[in-house]
Design a protein around this ligand. Structure first.
Ligand code: PHE
Length: 348
């Protein structure tokens, strides 16, 4: 009997079949139950030994049923896992281009990514600095002393925070008016040669169709032993032609003034004032500021100007983005207007 019940248990392919085996053996009219019931008919001297035997059998069958139940459960789990397996190599369904589930890249972020890639290909790393700067980093170390007229040009946001290390020498901290303080931070913390760009937020108290109190700049800084103006010109011409995607974009270097570079140059690109198209057209559009790092700035960062030279440049990210994509107004960059974003933002 034991052999036949154990065979039936082993053959039960699912919980339902197993339950049928249990009922047939241990149920009210089951075979083992019948044996137990039959005990009463035995003579007392046999009953005890026989009863013990049947109880052992019952225990064994219960254990076998339990083992089989656990095995079947494991089978069921394996089967479910196999059925629900997904093929991660299947290509995804394309995102709906304007659906609510489809995120997109803001044009500012897109330009920053392009800048990082283009300059990255020329060997530039990315450097960063804080939005809240000390007076020394934002101005003095860049050769803009107190009472220098350039300070007025910047429409600086001063913070009313108590005098702290950031303000320096009892001065109030500022929201950085340009990314140039990161030139200082980089020269103070990195051994030359240095080749970095600094994309980031900048702040000036100015607001109209072409100015926003918060905007973005990208700074560039190169320091080395024999860096000269040819490097500056080559780097910026290559960059501008690559960024705007115009291989013969006219580029003009025009003498200018910044306290932290000497000589200083503003850079213009060719365009048509009439059509607004970049490239040919005979007109010039100012696009960025640049120059050779001023010896005083090098010295302020502990670099000997007789050993180290370099160049720096800075430009507005909104401005080059507007020019590249023909965006006429600055303000929608910050307004989260979905119609504008759908038009100008790009899919990731
Ligand atoms: N910091 C300057 C500005 O904000 C731009 C600049 C950077 C000019 C580096 C020269 C060199 O206008």
């Amino acid at each position: 009997l034991r052999a036949s019940i154990e065979a039936a248990i082993a053959e039960a392919a699912d919980p339902r079949a197993l339950d049928a085996v249990r009922v047939a053996a241990l149920g009210k009219s089951g075979e083992v139950t019948a044996l137990l019931k039959g005990l009463g008919a035995l003579p007392p001297e046999e009953r005890k030994a026989r009863g013990a035997q049947v109880n052992v059998l019952k225990g064994e069958i219960e254990r076998a049923l339990e083992n089989r139940r656990v095995t079947l459960e494991a089978f069921a789990l394996d089967a479910r896992l196999a059925a629900e397996r997904m093929d991660v190599s299947l290509p995804p369904r394309p995102f709906a281009p304007t659906g609510p589930e489809a995120g997109s890249i803001h044009p500012i972020s897109r330009t920053m990514e392009e800048l990082i890639a283009l300059f990255g290909a020329m060997g530039f790393a990315v450097a960063e600095g804080p939005d809240i700067e000390g007076d020394w980093h934002n101005f003095s170390a860049l050769n803009i002393p107190e009472h220098h007229p350039a300070r007025q040009d910047h429409d600086t946001f001063y913070l009313t925070a108590p005098p702290s290390a950031e303000g320096g020498a009892g001065r109030r901290p500022v929201l950085r008016t340009h990314t140039s303080p990161v030139q200082i931070r980089t020269m103070l913390t990195q051994e030359p040669p240095i080749r970095v760009i600094v994309p980031g937020r900048t702040w000036r108290a100015d607001h109209d169709a072409t100015h926003s109190p918060m905007f973005h700049q990208v700074e560039g800084l190169v320091i080395g032993r024999d860096i000269h103006m040819g490097h500056l010109k080559g780097t910026l011409i290559d960059f501008l032609r690559a960024f705007f995607g115009i291989a013969d974009l006219p580029v003009r270097f025009r003498s200018s003034y910044f306290p932290f570079t000497e000589p200083s140059m503003e850079v213009d690109i060719g365009w048509s004032r009439k059509t607004g198209e970049l490239g040919q057209g005979g007109d010039w559009l100012e696009i960025l500021g640049s120059g050779m790092v001023h010896p005083k700035v090098l010295a302020n960062c502990g670099l000997d100007p007789r050993v180290w030279q370099g160049f720096a440049f800075g430009m507005g990210i909104e401005r080059i983005t507007m020019l590249k994509h023909g965006i006429p107004d600055l303000r929608p960059f910050y307004e989260a207007d979905l119609r504008w974003l759908r038009h100008y933002a790009t899919s990731p």
